[in-house]
Design a protein around this ligand. Structure first.
Ligand code: GAP
Length: 514
C-alpha cells in the first residue's frame, strides 16, 4: 500500500514537472482542490474528450450534442432536487478541527476489513504455494470469516442508514466502529450534519434585484431543460440521446487525491431517452457500450469493474459505477444511471410546460425514461496517467520514466530532432514539421544530446521520435524511434505520414468499438 502511495506521489509530481497539471493559482500557493492543465495536459484532456465525443456523436446516428450554459434558471435546481437534497453528511473532529464526510469514514473502515482479508489470503498463498485454493480458504478460514461477517454487518447497517438519511445512526456507526480521526487520533466527534454542495452566486447588479443562482453541479440538467428544443428541432425519434461536455462545480467537503475529487471539474454526460418499460434493457446495453469504450484503451480488463449502488437516488431504478484500479484502490470513474422519468416530469411540473414525446408509431404520448452515462474528464485523465506512468530499468543499468499513453491520446505524436544544430539539419527538421503538422501534433527539439531528448519525449508519452542526421540530407531518410520498444528503424521521410497517422488518430480507437 505504502509503495502504491509513493507511486501516486510520483505521478502527481510528474504531472507538474512535465506540464500536465498545475495547482490553480500556483504562485499564491494554490487553491484547494482546483487545478490547471498545462501545455501537455490540455492536449491529453482534449484527446480524451474527442474520443468520448466522437464515440457518442459520430458512431451513433441517434445521438446529438449540445453545449448549454453553466448558469441556469434557479428553479432548475429546485425541480431537480439539488436545492433540497444535494447534500453530503459531514462530521468534525473537535481536536484536529478537521472535517470529514461521515460516509467516507465508514467506507474507509469497510476497506480496512477488506485489507485484513486480503492480508490473510496473501499469507496463506505464500504458505501453500501452487496448491492454494482461494475460494475454499475464503469459505473456511476462521479469521477471514470473522472479518467478512463484521464487514457485511457494517455494510448492511451503513446502507440502511444512508437510505433512511439517518444522521444519528451514521454517527453511532462511527462511534461503535471506534473510528478515529487520522490527524488527532481521537474519537471526539461532533454530530453529523447535512451540507449542500452547490456553489451560490448572485446575478444582477443591485442587492434587491439580484437573484441567487448556482454554478451547475452536473451538466445533465442543461440537457433535460433542452429536451424539447432538441427533440423538435432535430426531429429526433425515441430512442435518442443528447451528449454534452462541460464544467461542473461542487463544494466538496473533503478534497483528496489530486484531480480525483475537485471543486471545479469537467463532465461528459449523455442522456438517452427511451420508451418507458424498455429502460432496464437499455441500461444493460449502455453498461456494455461504456465498458467497451474504456477497455479499447488497452489498459487490461482486470483493471475495471462494475460497482452497483447500494443507495439508489430517489429517482433511479438502477445505477452502477465503472471503477478503475488506481494506485489508491478501485475508484469510480463513470456512473451509469437509470433515472426513470423523474427529471423531465419535475421540469414539466415546475415550468408548467408539457414535456412529452408523441410516438407516431403507436399514437401515444409519454414522458420518456432516461439512461444516463456520466464520466468525469479529470478522473479519466487521472486513470490514464496512473496506467501510463512507468519506471523502467534499462539493459544499460539506467532507468527511464516513460508514459505509455495510448498513441491516440498522447499530447505530442511526433518529435522531430536534428542531431546537431547546424549543417542544415534544423532546416530539414523544420521542413518535415511544416509538412506533417496538418495531420498530427509535432514538436521540434534541438537542445541537449539525442539521448536526453528521447528521455524527455518518453516522459510526456510521445510515441514517435525521428532523428535527422547528415545522411538525411542525401538519402531523405530519418531514424524513427518507437517509444515503447525503443527500436530504431531507418525510413524515408515520404513514408512518415503513412506509418504514423493511422496509429495516432482517434479513429484507430473508434474502430475498435465497432
Ligand atoms: N449527472 C450524474 C452525476 O453527476 P455523479 O456520480 O455525481 O453523477 C458523475 O458524477 C461523474 O463525475 C463521476 O463518476 C466522476 O467521474 C465525476 N465527478 C463527480 N464529482 C467529481 C469531483 N468532485 N471531482 C472530479 N470528478 C467528479
Amino acid at each position: 500500500m505504502a509503495q502504491q502511495e509513493d507511486v501516486f506521489k510520483k505521478i502527481v509530481s510528474h504531472c507538474k514537472e512535465y506540464g500536465f497539471v498545475f495547482p490553480s493559482s500556483d504562485i499564491y500557493d494554490g487553491l484547494g482542490a482546483v487545478y490547471d492543465y498545462g501545455q501537455n495536459g490540455v492536449e491529453l484532456k482534449n484527446n480524451i474528450k474527442q474520443y468520448w465525443w466522437q464515440s457518442m456523436v459520430l458512431l451513433h446516428q441517434n445521438i446529438v450534442g449540445i453545449d448549454a450554459a453553466i448558469f441556469m434558471h434557479p428553479t432548475t435546481w429546485k425541480a431537480s432536487g439539488h436545492v433540497d437534497a444535494f447534500n453530503d453528511p459531514l462530521i468534525d473532529n473537535r481536536d484536529s478541527k478537521k472535517r470529514y464526510r461521515a460516509d467516507v469514514l465508514i467506507e474507509d473502515q469497510m476497506a480496512k476489513y477488506d485489507e485484513k482479508i486480503e492480508k490473510e489470503i496473501a499469507k496463506a498463498r505464500k504458505r501453500f504455494g501452487d496448491s492454494f485454493d482461494e475460494a475454499q480458504f475464503r469459505a473456511t478460514n476462521a479469521r477471514v470469516l470473522e472479518h467478512q461477517a463484521k464487514r457485511d454487518a457494517l455494510h448492511e447497517r451503513f446502507a440502511k442508514a444512508m437510505n433512511a438519511n439517518d444522521l444519528d445512526e451514521l454517527k453511532q456507526i462511527i462511534i461503535d466502529e471506534e473510528i478515529v480521526c487520522p490527524i488527532s487520533g481521537t474519537r471526539n466527534w461532533t454530530d453529523v450534519r447535512q451540507f449542500n454542495l452547490m456553489f451560490k452566486t448572485e446575478m444582477g447588479s443591485t442587492a434587491e434585484g439580484a437573484s441567487t443562482i448556482y454554478l451547475r453541479p452536473e451538466t445533465a440538467q442543461g440537457i433535460f431543460v433542452n429536451y424539447l428544443n432538441v427533440q423538435k428541432t432535430g426531429r429526433m425519434k425515441v430512442p435518442f440521446g443528447i451528449a454534452q461536455i462541460g464544467k461542473a462545480f461542487r463544494n466538496e467537503i473533503v478534497a483528496r487525491q489530486f484531480i480525483f475529487r475537485m471543486r471545479e471539474f469537467e463532465q461528459m454526460e449523455m442522456q438517452f431517452f427511451v420508451k418507458p418499460g424498455t429502460e432496464l434493457t437499455w441500461f444493460e446495453q449502455w453498461k456494455k457500450t461504456r465498458m467497451a469504450w474504456h477497455q479499447a484503451l488497452g489498459f487490461g480488463a482486470e483493471n475495471y469493474r462494475f460497482h452497483d449502488h447500494d443507495k439508489l437516488a430517489h429517482y433511479a431504478n438502477a445505477a452502477t459505477d465503472i471503477e478503475f484500479h488506481m494506485p489508491f484502490g478501485f475508484k469510480e470513474v463513470e456512473g451509469i444511471h437509470s433515472r426513470t422519468n423523474f427529471d423531465l416530469s419535475q421540469h414539466a411540473k415546475y415550468s408548467g410546460k408539457k414535456i412529452e414525446y408523441f410516438d407516431p408509431e403507436t399514437n401515444e404520448s409519454y414522458t420518456p425514461f432516461v439512461i444516463e452515462t456520466s464520466i468525469g474528464v479529470d478522473r479519466m485523465f487521472l486513470s490514464v496517467m496512473c496506467h501510463a506512468y512507468n519506471e523502467e530499468q534499462l539493459e544499460n543499468g539506467e532507468t527511464r520514466v516513460v508514459l505509455r499513453l495510448p498513441a491516440a491520446l498522447a499530447p505530442v505524436k511526433l518529435a522531430v530532432l536534428p542531431l546537431v544544430k547546424k549543417d542544415g539539419l534544423p532546416e530539414k527538421a523544420q521542413e518535415i514539421i511544416n509538412d506533417l503538422r496538418f495531420h498530427f501534433n509535432c514538436k521540434y527539439e534541438e537542445k541537449d544530446t539525442i539521448g536526453k531528448r528521447y528521455r524527455r519525449m518518453d516522459a510526456i508519452g510521445c510515441p514517435y521520435c525521428v532523428t535527422i542526421d547528415h545522411d538525411t540530407l542525401n538519402d531523405n531518410c530519418v531514424t524513427l524511434r518507437d517509444r515503447d520498444t525503443m527500436e530504431q528503424t531507418r525510413v524515408p521521410i515520404s513514408e512518415l505520414r503513412n506509418i504514423i497517422e493511422d496509429k495516432v488518430s482517434i479513429t484507430s480507437l473508434l474502430k475498435k468499438l465497432l
